[in-house]
Ligand binder design. Sequence first.
Ligand code: SF4
Length: 213
Amino acid sequence: MAAPRPPRLDARSDELADEVARVAAAAPDWATLAAVNRPCVACPELAATRQHVVVGDVPSGGRPRFALIGEAPGANEDETGRPFVGRSGALLDQLLGEAGLSRSEAAVLNIVKCRPPGNRTPKAPEVARCSGWLRRQLELLDPPVVVALGLSAAKWFLGPRTVLAQVRARPHEVDGRAVWATYHPSAAIRFGPRGAPRAGLLEDLTAVAGALA
Ligand code: SF4
């Protein structure tokens, strides 16, 4: 098979989302998709400042039981090339365990694969360009359940007018999957151990575990 090719650089900015989607859709498996995603430079600012494209983690054997999907890599993720490995990742692992879930059964992904400088929120064109990668990841991995962590991920699945407090605590059917939207672990850290985001995140992960049982 020919080596995978990253998106062309000569496409106009507003054509890059289509170009990424076209390249991603042509990848027949996870390894090929990851290989073609890593050299992606569709977002010039992010490509110039990132250390790694954080493609995501997948379980070693077979279809994930569920997918955890966050917003974008942070500093630790950018440095290591792996999703949710900093303080947010440690808290996520802890709360998954308390809920009776294991990260080893999950795909762990982000809607944007490169760290925005200064951890700013990804811009709409960056989300649009990177969506082709995530869409193909979901097609190939086919997780029956998705947990969208934080508002950016919730909006990706449920629409731009999504209000987290109004959609969390119950599943929403999107493209044949059960999508749960809940707080991002970084919000749980920011509001502290007695804050509502941490309690809400644990409550929602526990509900997901119940639905998967
Ligand atoms: S954020 Fe996504 S689309 Fe943009 S350069 Fe990184 S991998 Fe490519």
